[in-house]
Design a protein around this ligand. Structure first.
Ligand code: AMP
Ligand code: ZN
Ligand code: FE
Ligand code: FE
Length: 297
């Protein structure tokens, strides 16, 4: 049976506080214009846009859920963990997020150095200008490479110069998938696995991160086929995970769905709320003593 949707819900969006193209209030404004009434602002490794987004949401009738997306580093491929209902005023959480953002910055610096050495000249100052103070990421670098004329389109940068296979690529230093899930739980948030299609060996990883406290899985996503959505829904049922979903809006038309354009049932919101504050896991092992990103050269 299909639930009739009263209004769009979008549980995965990005702003200028990380690698999105619009300010937090502007993203909420655009979501409201598309009828969205519940939105998670899920900037990478930061909650800095939350206050602005919540305030704009209150003005426009959009309930904004303060959230973040933690991109991890491991042999499991691209495992991104969404953390919902986090507290932007949690100082201990902010310490951890700051460490992740510093690693992001160092990684992009190293990629700029490598690109310059390979003959694709790009200025770090320009990348920082494009980021406007947001958590640095490859999208900012892609934009700078496009502007410099090294790639024909923004998307082409991801396919060539800054892909995992490129000699300019630098791996991130950060959390493992298990640590990311535990970090969200430790700080009383609700973790959901983003776009599970990018995980290597999902069937093996999923039970492990469920043990670490995973509460949801992003079943509804722009680039999912109907078959993959069915598969993720069955995994959600098997592991008692809340089916979440969102556009992964960054403002550049990527990831296959417009803002508010992915079907998310309202029942998922109450189910996520029911998972709040439960199963407070032990704090994960501290990542502060990991090798600095500079050692990867
Ligand atoms: P980073 O966190 O620096 O590794 O950059 C990852 C981000 O780049 C993701 O959150 C996506 O939004 C974006 N991204 C990754 N691959 C692509 C792609 N092929 N085309 C456009 N954006 C991408
Ligand atoms: Zn992003
Ligand atoms: Fe992601
Ligand atoms: Fe995302």
């Amino acid at each position: 049976m299909t639930e009739t949707l009263a209004y769009p819900i979008d549980l995965h969006t990005h702003s200028l506080r990380s690698d999105g193209a619009y300010a937090p209030a502007e993203v909420v404004h655009r979501a409201a214009a598309r009828g969205v009434r519940i939105q998670a602002l899920s900037d990478h490794d930061t909650l800095m846009g939350a206050a602005e987004a919540v305030a704009e949401g209150e003005r426009l009738g959009v309930r904004v859920i303060p959230s973040t997306e933690l991109n991890t580093e491991s042999e499991w491929g691209d495992v991104h963990v969404l953390g919902y209902f986090l507290d932007p005023n949690d100082a201990a959480l902010e310490d951890r997020l700051r460490w992740l953002r510093e690693n992001r910055g160092r990684r992009i610096e190293l990629m700029v150095e490598k690109l310059n050495a390979l003959g694709f000249s790009v200025r770090l100052e320009r990348v920082l200008e494009i980021a406007q103070g947001g958590a640095l990421g490859r999208p900012h670098l892609a934009q700078a490479l496009f502007e410099a004329g090294h790639v024909p389109t923004y998307d082409a940068a991801f396919a060539t110069l800054i892909s995992k296979e490129s000699p300019a690529y630098v791996a991130r230093v950060g959390l493992t998938p298990h640590e990311a899930v535990a970090l969200v739980r430790t700080h009383r948030g609700v973790p959901s696995l983003a776009h599970p299609r990018t995980v290597i060996d999902l069937d093996a990883l999923l039970p492990q991160i469920v043990d670490a406290g995973l509460a949801g899985i992003e079943c509804y996503y722009g680039s999912h086929t109907p078959e993959s959505t069915v598969r993720y829904l069955s995994l959600a049922a098997r592991y008692d995970l809340v089916p979440t979903g969102g556009s992964d809006f960054h403002g550049r038309g990527e990831h296959g769905a417009p803002l508010g354009g992915v079907r998310v049932p309202e029942a998922s919101i109450s189910a996520l709320e029911a998972k709040r504050g439960s199963a407070g896991a032990e704090p994960p092992p501290s990542p502060y003593h990991s090798e600095p990103v500079g050692s990867q050269r």
